[in-house]
Ligand binder design. Structure first.
Ligand SMILES: [Zn+2]
Length: 343
């Protein structure tokens, strides 16, 4: 009987050494320690057939063997876990002495940042931000804004048409109509976004560019509100000394309409060769006016009760003036080396 126990002990020790993975562990456990079929457990069943004086010492021997088996099983389990851990570490860090990789941080595109700056100024004045789709219907892009069928802006060569009545919006003004239909006066919104025109790229044109539209509708809104608002805006963006000039103009969706110039923030009108203002001392930055009664009506607002003003400015152009870099195309080439300098 002693020999049988001794050879089983050797077998257990040998096989425990051969355990390499989880499957081996289970196999070992099943083979030796399983309650029903394990080789150690089976020995207990032999006890009743032994001489009574042998039973107790044999039982103790089996228990000792069982403890050895369990100890070896635990040790093998720990060993496998340790090996797994160290293999994960060596996979992740091939050579911890190599120099680290430099992380390159992205930054906000200068045009987007200019748009955020403009938005900030109007948010401080109590405006909400309104958005509209890039793909617009002819109705929102033209008709509702009092741009009739024969207007040159509606010609195929200026607009990207998707279908006969569907196009890429040519300005952010359709958001005026959407805002009026969605909200009730008093309305104070700005609508930043992309617009699209079939322009050949040149230093001041790209087929896609950014605008910010503004709209205020309430009882008793008049031109002086518009002037005051744009003056505060221009001084906030270009500096306290900035002067603002309104020139009469024409837009279908405003009446009266004005083009708005600011005094040149670069030379202040003192440099006859200024690249930004061309020596005139003034730079046109936006178009504005009182909302046309037909436009108010298209937005579901009674022009007999309410009036409003609207304005729109080009974000790209604003940034060109601020950066004094006069070719807009650089900003859309996605050259990191170029963009990095405006971080
Ligand atoms: Zn100038």
């Amino acid at each position: 009987m002693g020999n049988e126990l001794e050879s089983l002990k050797e077998k257990i020790e040998r096989e425990a050494q051969g355990i390499k993975n989880q499957a081996d562990l289970l196999k070992f456990k099943e083979k030796f320690l399983s309650r029903k079929k394990g080789e150690i457990s089976l020995l207990f069943k032999k006890i009743p057939s032994l001489d009574p004086e042998m039973r107790s010492s044999f039982g103790m021997e089996i228990n000792r063997l069982k403890k050895i088996g369990e100890k070896l099983l635990n040790e093998a389990e720990e060993r496998i876990k340790g090996e797994k851990r160290s293999s994960i570490i060596s996979e992740r860090i091939p050579d911890p002495t190599l120099p680290g990789k430099k992380k390159i941080h992205g930054s906000i595109h200068p045009i987007a940042r200019t748009s955020y700056e403009i938005e900030e100024i109007f948010l401080r004045m109590g405006y909400d931000i309104e958005e509209g789709p890039d793909v617009e219907t002819e109705f929102f892009n033209f008709e509702a804004l009092n741009i009739p069928k024969y207007h040159p802006a509606r010609e195929q060569q200026d607009t990207f048409y998707i279908r006969e009545d569907l196009l890429l919006r040519t300005h952010t003004s359709p958001v005026q109509i959407r805002a009026m239909r969605k909200r009730k006066p008093p309305i104070r919104v700005i609508a930043p976004g992309r617009v699209f025109r079939r322009d050949e790229p040149d230093p001041t044109h790209t087929p896609m560019f950014y605008q910010v539209e503004g709209l205020v509708v309430d009882k008793g809104i008049n031109f002086s509100h518009l002037k005051g608002t744009l003056e505060i805006f221009s001084k906030s963006l270009f500096g306290k000394l900035t002067k603002v000039r309104f020139r009469p103009s024409y837009f279908p969706f405003t009446e009266p309409s004005a083009e708005v110039d600011i005094s040149c923030p670069i030379c202040g009108g003192k440099n006859p060769n200024c690249r930004i203002c061309g020596g005139t001392g003034w730079i046109e930055i936006l178009g504005a006016g009182m909302v046309h009664p037909k436009v108010l009506m298209a937005g579901g607002i009674d022009p007999e009760i309410y009036s409003g003003f609207a304005f729109g400015l080009g974000v790209d152009r604003t940034f060109l003036i601020k950066s004094q870099l006069l070719d807009i195309r650089y900003y859309y080439e996605n050259r990191v080396e170029f963009l990095e300098q405006f971080r």
